[in-house]
Design a protein around this ligand. Structure first.
Ligand code: 3H9
Length: 688
């Protein structure tokens, strides 16, 4: 099919971009638009043109899969300039979404109409670049410098209504976009309207120093938002042509950064995680009624998330009081969602939710998610009861974060219907969902879990059964590397600072304080039986725990929270740690990061080799969405490739000189280095 169609009726040329699924501006589309503009320019039968998108949206932007490859003529900026330079008027008729280069095409048009429900935005900074087809120069000319700077550096789309208010579009259309576009064109013809190039408009200066300071504070190492601000500022400083040249220079610079590669890897990895060979053609089961067992923080969060997705939810608790408490927690979660504009009153009124004490109420549920206490005995009992009451074909899921899903499944008469759905806390906010596939889990059940995750707005990643699955298993390993550094003399405050400096939202000891030091203590107790004599115990963590320093919830842990939840370094904690440590050496921030990351990559390589993660990219997505890994670094495996796996392996071998028990190179890492290959090659292999 022709990616750009041209037809004329009643003196109006309609130029339709048809490049499913998102009408991305691939080379064929750019060439098609170029030719269409040439044809329109010469077409005596047409006085005005309307550009629109076929299918569900206008244009989703430049073709991201072409990034990093040599550019092919015509480039998008030239196409947009050509539209703007047209001697006859051109209208953009927008529906669905106009993002990035898609919106830039519209900005090159002389008039813009959008139908209600449309989202318009310049999300380039989220891909590590900036609008490179005139967006930074034309947007300020339509909406003013300050509003343009906010829109471009934040990357968040606006609604059609807001776009109209801002001056980004000229008219709100009604109904079918093609009809609305034609009607607008007819009006313009009747008014005798001519071309109206955006680039010919003036732009007033504005003080952007507050925005710059804010971006600097939040950047955590990201370069694109600040560079995009430089480009927008150029719009006020330079004549239009020179502004375009400056935008191009800055765009090229960002295109060459590792951050751009990291963010684009993240974009495609997020879409690849749900593409699994075993479920490609498997139809999911219908899920409308969900049961949640347990109404603690996790169970209530899961129930909230399911309700927000429009599912009917029945929550089961042990007794009336606990059920009442769960009801209150869910109500509070929904209140917050309403306050934040994520839920409207009508949708809330339509929700179906009950908290009960009798399992018999679950006989119609399509899927149950158990979120009770982490004890195999308790979970097996719950699964036995679920097995007895739930209808045939219903799915029985556990939210365990480390227990063996095969053993849980064996407590039922239908292990093929049992799966792990590992949500992250708070479950109605965190996007990650590990879908833990047990030996007997049926493909249809896996497909249903992925479909459910999508409906709930989660990013689902397939994981195999092992202690900690993908994320917590890797976390446990690099946490241990951090603990070793503290035992050897590093301060946990320095480690947190170094890790934040890398771009993580929080350091490991801040995370401990947030989760509660009792959690780590319980994990160590649980694993004590399997401990190796050469394992090193973080005695300082035990000392803090025994001193009643449980973290934020008790007002003190590694940090002192007596003044606020941000926490301050605490001399008492430092004293307890100093008493428990076994070494006195110092570490540079760079060495801290190298050890932390080497431990992460090494265990991640084992997780991939063991088949716990299907591909390296699955590990990346888990860390981006569940562990605060800096998105602009693409995820741990992408980052490792960028560093060079030989360098990581050399670090591990060097660290092993002091501790060859902890630092044992993963065989997969050794093999990849020997072959001169990288983790990305395993992602590609899984593709074919
Ligand atoms: C840009 O425009 C730069 C310019 O300023 C300068 C140029 C000089 N390219 O997300 P979905 C694929 S930067 C290529 O599941 P949805 C996607 O991988 C660009 N492919 O759909 C997936 O493929 P598959 C600025 C793309 O309905 C399929 O399309 N634009 C692109 O949930 C469906 O995607 C953006 O950043 C693309 N641009 O959401 C917008 N976009 O089926 C990025 C999507 O093989 N895109 N694909 O997995 C989006 O935000 C969403 O895709 C969108 C639709 C909202 C459009």
């Amino acid at each position: 099919m022709d990616p750009v169609r041209y037809d004329v009726q009643d003196r109006i040329a309609v130029i339709t971009v048809a490049n499913p699924p998102v009408n991305a501006l691939s080379h064929a589309v750019r060439a098609g638009l170029w030719d269409a503009m040439a044809r329109f320019g010469d077409d005596d039968a047409a006085d005005i043109a309307v550009i629109l998108g076929d299918g569900r949206l206008f244009i989703g932007g430049a073709d991201i899969s072409e990034f990093g490859k040599p550019p092919v003529d015509p480039w998008l900026p030239e196409v947009v300039n050509r539209i703007e330079a047209c001697a006859k008027p051109v209208v953009a008729a927008i529906h669905g979404t106009a993002l990035g280069g898609g919106l830039e095409v519209a900005l090159g048009c002389h008039y813009r109409l959008a139908v209600p429900g449309t989202k318009l935005g310049l999300p380039e900074v989220s891909l590590g670049i900036l609008p490179g087809a005139g967006g930074t120069q034309r947007t300020p000319r339509l909406v003013g410098l300050a509003a343009a700077a906010k829109m471009i550096t934040g990357g968040v789309p606006v609604s059609a209504e807001t776009a109209l208010e801002m001056g980004l579009i000229d008219r709100l259309g009604e109904g079918d976009v093609r009809a609305a576009g034609r009607a607008y064109a007819e009006d313009l013809l009747a008014q005798g309207a001519g071309p109206r190039p955006t680039g010919a408009r003036d732009v007033a200066g504005a003080d952007l120093s507050d925005l710059r300071a804010d971006l600097e504070r939040k950047a955590r190492g990201q370069v694109a938002p600040l560079t995009a601000l430089d480009a927008v500022e150029a719009a006020a400083r330079l004549p239009f042509e020179e502004g375009l040249a400056e935008e191009r220079r800055l765009f090229r610079h960002l295109m060459d950064t590792p951050q751009r590669a990291g963010l684009i890897h993240a974009f495609f990895a997020e879409r690849a995680v749900s593409k699994l060979p075993g479920i490609a053609d498997v139809a999911p089961r219908d899920v409308a009624d969900v049961a949640v067992i347990g109404g603690g923080t996790m169970g209530s969060g899961i129930a909230t998330s399911a309700l927000l997705a429009g599912l009917r939810v029945t929550l089961v608790e042990r007794d009336g009081d606990a059920a009442e408490k769960a009801r209150a927690t869910v109500a509070k979660n929904l209140d917050t969602a309403e306050t934040r504009g994520k839920l409207d009153a009508a949708s809330r009124a339509a929700m179906s939710f009950d908290a009960v004490t009798d399992y018999a109420a679950l006989s119609d549920a399509d899927l149950a998610i158990e979120a009770v206490f982490e004890s195999m005995e308790v979970k097996r009992e719950v699964f036995g009861r679920l097995d007895a009451v739930m209808k045939p074909g219903a799915i029985l899921a556990t939210n365990t974060s480390y227990l063996d899903v095969d053993t849980i499944a064996a407590a039922t008469s239908r292990p093929a219907d049992v799966i792990g759905l590992h949500f992250f806390s708070p479950a109605h906010i965190m996007k990650l969902l590990e879908v833990v596939v047990a030996d007997a889990t049926a493909p249809e059940v896996i497909a249903t879990a992925f479909a459910l995750a999508k409906r709930m707005g989660k990013i689902a990643v397939r994981a195999g059964v092992c202690d900690g699955f993908i994320g917590n298993r890797i976390l446990s390993h690099y946490r241990t590397a951090a603990d070793h550094m503290v035992l050897d003399g590093a301060s946990p405050y320095q480690i947190d600072r170094a890790i934040r400096g890398f771009g993580f939202a929080m350091g490991p000891y801040q995370v401990s304080d947030l989760a509660g030091l009792d959690i780590g203590y319980a994990t160590r107790q649980r694993k004590a039986a399997d401990a190796h004599p050469r394992d090193r115990v973080p005695t300082f963590a035990d000392a803090l725990y025994h001193a009643g320093r449980l973290g934020q919830k008790s007002g003190a842990g590694y940090y002192d929270y007596s003044e606020d939840r941000k926490g301050r370094e605490d001399p008492e904690a430092a004293r307890l740690i100093a008493e428990a440590r076994t070494g006195e050496r110092s570490f540079t921030d760079a060495e801290i990061v190298r050890r932390y990351m080497a431990a992460m990559i090494n265990e991640a390589a084992r997780v991939v080799e063991d088949g716990i993660a299907a591909r390296p990219l699955d590990v990346d997505v888990v860390f981006l969405h569940g562990y605060g890994f800096p998105r602009h670094r693409g995820g741990p495996m992408h980052w490792a490739d960028a560093q060079g796996l030989d360098r990581i392996l050399a670090d591990i071998r060097a660290f092993a000189e002091d501790d060859d028990h902890f630092w044992r190179p993963a065989p997969l890492l050794e093999r990849l280095v020997a072959e001169g290959a990288d983790f990305a090659s395993l992602n590609r292999k899984a593709d074919t």
